[in-house]
Design a binder for this molecule. Sequence first.
Ligand SMILES: [Zn+2]
Length: 261
Amino acid sequence: MRSSYPLLAEVADFLDATLRIGEIPDYPNAVNGVQVANDGEIERVACAVDFSTAAIEGAIKAGANLLIVHHGMFWGGVEPLTGHRRNRLRMLFTNDIAVYAAHLPLDVHPELGNNVLLAQQLGLEPSGGFARFQNIDVGVTGMSDVPTRTLADRARLFAEQHGGSLVSTPFDANRVTRTWGMCTGAGADSSTLREAARRGIDTLIVGEGPHHTAVEARELGIVILYAGHYATETLGVRALADAITTKFGIPSVFVDAPTGL
Ligand SMILES: [Zn+2]
């Protein structure tokens, strides 16, 4: 008799198609899609921003046999399977937990994506793409008429709800954000700043970025709000897990494991 639970292959097919895993380019270590298989059935889903011991423990506690992450298990590159890396695999195999990773395909998704959902959270309405990577726009951009201070307050609140904090380049109290650009995660770099300057973007909202981006931003008259890598990427995995619940009728949980960054 066939149980009513979907198989990993069915859930993976749904995710691959929804996220266009085969079409969206990414960094080599992202390894989008199924990273670890289980014996088959998926009764419950857990999602987390990062593949970590804490995420696996959360999945075990929730009785999940699929863990969905934004930053997968190969993020740090090729490493020996010793110590905590070996333990993580043992925990997965012992508890029959599969792992599915979705990096840029999740950042860019028009409904479930980190960028679209963060814009919504901050009361911004995207009108186009931003942060070019190969043939895709990873982030979003739009027009607004909101005081930069208000935007910073919203971003601070959001960051603090996820164990982080807001870092901002200095700006005048009466400054208004007219054109904004957003790229979650490590969104501030020389390339996004160049693109922002070229496109007349006055406020950049990102997760994090190297110090030189703050120096360059001031020279360019751009304000950068760094709302935290972790915080800005909590929304996509949750939306994706919710989509699985809607599609297959199986419950899902978010495992919150803030990095502080
Ligand atoms: Zn990231």
